[in-house]
Write a protein that binds this ligand. Structure first.
Ligand code: HEM
Length: 402
């Protein structure tokens, strides 16, 4: 057995750094290299195992006893290093602790809860499209992908109007912090104090409006499901994972539909494809690119022996384009059967907010396709760099109303 941090024999060693700027700017050639090198690889730069094929990513996600989350889903091993913030009670937890907190958030973000916000989310999407038609030329990231979720999600949570400018920067810190101690992570954490202070304050029961997702989490204390000290941390999970992810999800969908006019036309011809168009964008662009797990024991994975206490990096984005699993993986096809993609994860940690994301995506794409004939990209799209999230910083477009 090899010592922790050194790979077992037979596992190909690669000197790819999945968190450097070149990789993040264009991950696709490296994703292919990672998939082709073998079912399990070893990344010397950060001394971690990696899985980039669909079968292994799916297997790791679905064996949470062996590949745990409680030692952190970033590079940092919580058994050896102090986490930069108190760990998440859901994302960074294993059963049985995870089972209890997961049940609470599943209830708060249930199909019934979605029915209650659906009309509001749809009306806000229509209003946004009205404003965009008025503008004609705009930045599809700032004015659409960010503006839309910001116009509904903080209200749905029950946040006060003041201080909301901290939300996206806070999420950006959270997702950068899953990465290695590179410049992206270090700078994000150095600047995080005001964002952390804002979030800690807003998660308190007295600061959350009645009827919102936040208040519903606190109400679970009265039911005996969670303790008063757990509730604010579960609200924090929604602040961490509920906004920037959908910004990048909606941004991805608009970027796809602008680049592939045949798919845009298909959507315009049949608005019931809006859900599929959003889901396929989550597969195609994978707004959440990677997560880690830590092994709790020595394990054999597709012929590779991995020791206890090793970090395993799951390339969700590479799995979502693995030709072993998908036909024409590099084409954006809104009628594709996307079921099984790992853009929202898989298994017990699979995105608990997926119904919120899908609802936002569906109503926004429906509103756009109903009212807009054409979306043209009119300037160079600029990428936003993050250790975990993939998305754009700006996407200049001009639209033609239908
Ligand atoms: C397109 C948008 C979204 C994407 C791509 C996305 C992606 C993911 C992924 C890949 C995971 C799995 C993490 C793991 O296995 O370690 C996850 C978990 C999670 N997501 Fe999302 N997410 C999105 C939207 C949301 C929204 C809107 C919310 C909240 C309202 C949310 C809250 C969470 C939480 C709390 C978890 C942890 C669940 C658990 O550990 O059981 N996400 N998400």
């Amino acid at each position: 057995m090899s010592a922790p941090g050194s790979a077992a024999s037979g596992v190909p060693h690669l000197d790819i750094d999945p968190f450097d700027m070149k990789f993040l700017a264009d991950p696709y050639p490296a994703h292919q290299q990672l998939r082709e090198a073998g079912p399990v690889v070893y990344l010397d730069k950060w001394k971690v195992y990696g899985v980039a094929r669909y079968a292994e990513v799916h297997a790791v996600l679905n064996d949470p006893v062996t590949f745990c989350s409680s030692r952190g889903v970033g590079l940092s091993d919580f058994k050896k290093e102090t986490p930069w913030r108190p760990p998440s009670l859901i994302l960074e937890a294993d059963p049985p602790a995870h089972t209890r907190t997961r049940a609470v958030l599943s209830k708060v973000l249930s199909p019934t809860a979605m029915k209650q916000v659906r009309d509001r989310f749809a009306a806000a999407a229509e209003e946004r499209v009205d404003a965009l038609i008025e503008k004609r030329s705009f930045d599809a990231i700032a004015d659409l992908a960010e503006a839309y979720p910001l116009s509904i999600f903080p209200d749905a949570l029950g946040l006060k109007p003041e201080g909301r400018e901290h939300l996206i920067p806070y999420a950006s810190v959270v997702f950068n912090a899953f990465g290695p101690p590179n410049q992206l992570r270090q700078e994000a954490i150095e600047r995080s104090a005001p964002h952390q202070a804002y979030v800690a304050e807003q998660c308190q029961r007295e600061n959350l409006a009645p009827g919102g997702f936040g208040a519903c989490i606190h109400a679970q204390v009265d039911e005996g499901a969670i303790t008063p000290t757990e509730a604010p941390l579960l609200v924090r999970s929604l602040l961490s994972a509920g906004l920037d992810t959908t910004v990048n999800g909606i941004g991805a969908a608009v970027y796809c539909l602008a680049r592939f006019p045949d798919q845009w036309q298909r959507l315009r011809d049949d608005l019931t494809l809006a859900r599929g168009a959003f889901e396929e964008a989550v597969r195609f662009e994978s707004p959440v690119q990677t997560f880690f797990r830590t092994t709790t024991r020595e394990v054999e994975l597709s012929g590779a022996r991995i020791g206890e206490g090793e970090k395993v990096l799951m390339f969700l984005a590479a799995a979502n384009r693995d030709p072993r699993r998908w036909d024409s993986p590099d084409s954006y096809d809104i009628t594709r059967r996307t079921s099984g993609h790992v853009g929202f994860g898989s298994g017990i940690h699979m995105c608990v907010g997926q119904l919120v994301a899908r609802l936002e995506g569906e109503v926004m794409l429906t509103a756009l396709a109903r009212r807009i004939a054409k979306i043209e990209i009119t300037g160079e799209p600029k990428r936003r760099f993050n250790n975990t999230l993939r998305g754009l910083d700006s996407l200049p477009v001009t639209i033609t109303a239908a």
